[in-house]
Design a protein around this ligand. Sequence first.
Ligand code: GDP
Ligand code: GDP
Length: 438
Amino acid sequence: MSKPVVAVVGRPNVGKSTLFNKLVGKRLSIVDDTPGVTRDRIYGKCEWCGHSFTVIDTGGIEPNTSDILLSQMRAQAQLAIDAADVILMVTDLHAGVTAADQEVASMLRRSGRPVILCVNKCDTVGEPPVEFYEFYNLGLGDPIAVSSVHGHGTGDLLDHVVSYLPKEETEEEDTEAIRVAVIGKPNVGKSSLINHISGENRCIVSDIAGTTRDAIDTEVDNSYGKFIFIDTAGLRRKSKVTDQIEHYSVLRAQMAIERADVCVIMIDALTGFTEQDSKVAGLAHEAGKGCVVAVNKWDAVEKETGTMESMRTKLQGDFSFMSYVPIIFLSAKTGQHLKDLFQTICQSAESNKKRIATGMLNDVLAQATARVQPPTDKGHRLKIYYMTQASTCPPTFVCFVNSAELFHFSYQRYLENRIRDTFGLTGTPVRFIIRERD
Ligand code: GDP
Ligand code: GDP
């Protein structure tokens, strides 16, 4: 389910992306036709000693002058402080300790968050060179010598990372609270929603056991269930700088998404759908999370008969790459339709972790293939021998077929829809893995 987030921060050229690639490997993410999703890989999964977590490269700083560099470094560090479970600060042995490093280190130190200092480009094995000891001056404890290019020291680094992570939870899934991330462009009303919900529910902002993040997320316990609204990088304490730069909006969303079970993609009813909305939604879709589209500021829309339905139809077109997504209309200001929001979140969470027995799945497969014959090509017909669910969150199905090539997208869509209809899988992406077998 949701995973801890490790954020990599540091000046340009210290080797953040090299380290990132070393840690997460170069496995390609699942190819998807989601429009508008950035192809730059800013996050990846990492597993070490029975822990799995997400590593996010905060990169993307384009320094022009040292002023801009410094303000962007501050923004980057603040984002990591707000949203990451562990912060990995990367420095460069050859460049030594710079003023920007000192500035960032002091911010990180004051935050009290778990920080690991990594001195990169220590390419020779053995005792670190004398320059290495200079990094103790940053006041972040023992630096770890790493060579991202060669991979030296990365094991040691990962040992330190996991020492800060909570033990993996295994049981009691059903009684667990649903972790919700509210994501969307600046000004759509995300903080207003969190504020409304916490006011209404007399929220307990508490130290949630088993996580290293405390006193930031909002716990809500109401008649619909238990929820934890993830504070996406300081929703309560907004930062002008990070809000204005799209790179940071995306990073901020990504960090929240990783830690969530369900993502509420918030859009503004007054401005309507924009490209940036589909980008944010695409991130949640690609991450395989439960999804809900919430159209906010519904109180301020001039309504006539059918306004909601025509807007819904339009949005279904805009979000056609995630046709499963429920669309609800609400007002964070007045609290109108919040009931719908909670119900829909529960439904999406349920679908996302649904497990379907193999027998039932294959019954649906048999009916579906009897109703619409699988495609043929040059006398060969697609045969789907067998299907089984490999994993949940999102539901992932393995299909054994005679020829992957014959299993066209349109037929996959058809099967997907049959499965969705039969088992009520609304509000979650699903995945298919195709395996050929003679
Ligand atoms: P970023 O801007 O912090 O993401 O830095 P990059 O990962 O793009 O690396 C900047 C430069 O440093 C590239 O030329 C890398 O090849 C080089 N580099 C990264 N890691 C190491 C290392 O461990 N040793 C050496 N010698 N060079 C490195
Ligand atoms: P965020 O940047 O997404 O967190 O957005 P905010 O919560 O700061 O809201 C941006 C602006 O939209 C503020 O001026 C809010 O008062 C306003 N706003 C938020 N929700 C609603 C709503 O449901 N109805 C109306 N009319 N205004 C809203």
